[in-house]
Design a binder for this molecule. Structure first.
Ligand SMILES: [Zn+2]
Ligand SMILES: [Zn+2]
Length: 270
């Protein structure tokens, strides 16, 4: 059994109303021994991109709350601090400043915006083919990690596929294999990992992010750092599909998954 869900949100994220304690209780009920909270922080998130949500984390208050809970829950579960940081090339300096200001156990880097647009909205796909729109998203990940690497894993690498007009129907890895090779080689060279994110299972893809073709390529290129997360924004999704994720990782040849403490990886047998 996976002992921690490495991608969890709470009411500290603009798109969740779940109290942290509800998420914590759920992790305890499932018998997990470590609890991570990885709320959103998207610097320079445009006001009109997501119906007025701003995705700015009140980080001092967030960390204070987590340290209070850490004391309260110390005999029940170990609490570790995380953040899901939205990357964009033009905010590189602000990202460096942010990460050097606050001490986290674990940082997920994610792409939620491309050219200031969120693929969640159909405008992102307007006036071009789905393949072109997907490719631009993947290329922007490569651009992001070419200028910034102060994170631990890259989140939901194929997030954009959730929102395309036909989602993953007709997915052909060969259309993007060159971009993924560049992304994965860069991550591996920099000692960074990826995550398997089970939201794909409950958000219409039928499999976790990223697609198995990407997991296989990561493994073949020598990638070893992989965290397991549900991206739950409500308690019922915490730990969702972890058995499926485990089997998938084993089938790709992975023998370990990873947890982070104080930004250092710990490898645990699958
Ligand atoms: Zn995300
Ligand atoms: Zn998330």
């Amino acid at each position: 059994m996976i002992i921690a869900d490495c991608h969890v949100h709470s009411e500290f994220s603009s798109d969740s109303t779940a109290p942290i304690t509800d998420m914590l209780q759920q992790a305890i009920r499932q018998g997990m021994s470590v609890f991570y909270l990885t709320d959103h922080h998207d610097i320079d998130f445009p006001k009109d991109a997501a119906g007025g949500l701003d995705f700015q984390l009140d980080t001092p208050q967030y960390l204070a709350k987590l340290s209070e809970l850490k004391r309260q829950y110390r005999n029940r579960i170990e609490i570790r601090t995380g953040v899901e940081l939205g990357l964009m090339k033009h905010i590189t300096q602000k990202l460096h400043d942010y990460v050097s200001t606050f001490a986290f156990d674990f940082i997920i880097a994610s792409s939620h915006l491309v050219r200031g647009m969120d693929p969640f909205y159909p405008e992102y796909f307007a006036d071009r083919s789905q393949t072109e729109a997907y490719r631009e998203y993947f290329e922007s990940i490569y651009e992001n990690i070419s200028v910034f690497n102060n994170f631990d894993v890259y989140g939901h690498l194929d997030y954009v596929v959730r929102y395309g007009p036909t989602k993953n129907a007709g997915w052909d890895f060969r259309d993007y294999a060159d971009v993924f090779e560049a992304i994965l080689r860069t991550l591996i060279q920099n000692g960074k990992g990826i995550e398997i994110n089970t939201a794909g299972l409950y958000k219409g893809l039928g499999y976790p992010h990223p697609h198995i073709d990407i997991l296989n390529m990561y493994h073949e290129l020598g990638g070893e750092i992989i965290t397991v997360g549900s991206d739950a924004h409500t308690p019922e999704y915490l730990g969702y599909g972890f058995e499926t994720a485990c089997q998938l990782l084993r089938s790709c040849g992975f023998r370990y998954y990873t947890l982070f403490q104080g930004r250092k990886p710990q490898f645990i047998p699958l």
